[in-house]
Design a protein around this ligand. Sequence first.
Ligand code: ADP
Ligand code: MG
Length: 314
Amino acid sequence: MAEFDLIERIRRRAGAREDVVLGIGDDAALLRPPADQLLAVSTDVLNEGVHFRASDSPFDIGWKALAVNLSDLAAMGAQPAWALLTLALPEADEAWLDRFIDGFMTLATGHGVALVGGDTTRGALSIGVTVHGFVPAERALRRAGARVGDDLWVTGTLGDAAAGLADASRPDLLARLYRPTPRVAAGLALRGLAHACIDVSDGLFADLGHLLRASGVGASVQLAALPCSDALARMCSGPDRWLYQCAGGDDYELCFSAPVQHRARIEAALAKTATPATLIGQVEAESGLRSVAPDGRHWRRARPGYQHFEGDQP
Ligand code: ADP
Ligand code: MG
């Protein structure tokens, strides 16, 4: 099967939107962004051997490749619209591609996203996705903006994906690893309520650390308050669990700061989107991130989060 046939297979399933003037098939897509909003653009690549295994389900790989990108738009409070897909494939495997597109487009359709272009080449299996969304200029959720005294919140639960990676015998945990749910509706609901927001992809403490540095503040987090799924609670407790919740990766939840007086509004707004959210700490003037154990002592964790190239020689 030739490159053109693969692209045609993708084109037939790409989805449509009124603001797509010209989609897959020309030298460039022609798109009509709304006149009164900013375009939010983000890209993430998933490589075989680093982010997934060749033996993983192609449906899951397709789903996750888009999910991690939609999570970035969610963290900006942006409404997703368009996606580009850059595929490097070792061989032209139609069955694999069809299942991959099944996963990608199941999530895309659920969020009204149209696939408007991309590139298809031969090479080691690698999937690059670029997403575009819209957000009114003054309402984008940035990493900078957290203020001293703000509440710190996190959506959903933390640590499941990392625990699933460590103990592959638990399908409930592995579901979080392979099919993360981007918190798009929650990001939209937090416009005008959150001061700062980030998605948790590399572990809570690593990503919250980015938010705090961007905002020029610090924070205390109550370890006992960290939201935990029933599945993770059955598997471990105490420091073992905290490690997954604080330093695990692949949660794709939102961590955000908001003024204390917005508590009730935030709970109501997120309840409307059926997104659980938990208060986990407070923003403070002293820089750095302090994790407070149930006995009141500060807990020193082993490592802050996942980093590519960590441990490589300079
Ligand atoms: P060109 O050589 O002009 O870049 P291509 O043959 O690479 O054109 O692509 C032809 C059309 O197919 C373009 O509209 C491109 O965006 C689209 N396309 C190619 N690969 C993909 C893909 N993996 N997913 C979606 N669209 C794709
Ligand atoms: Mg091309």
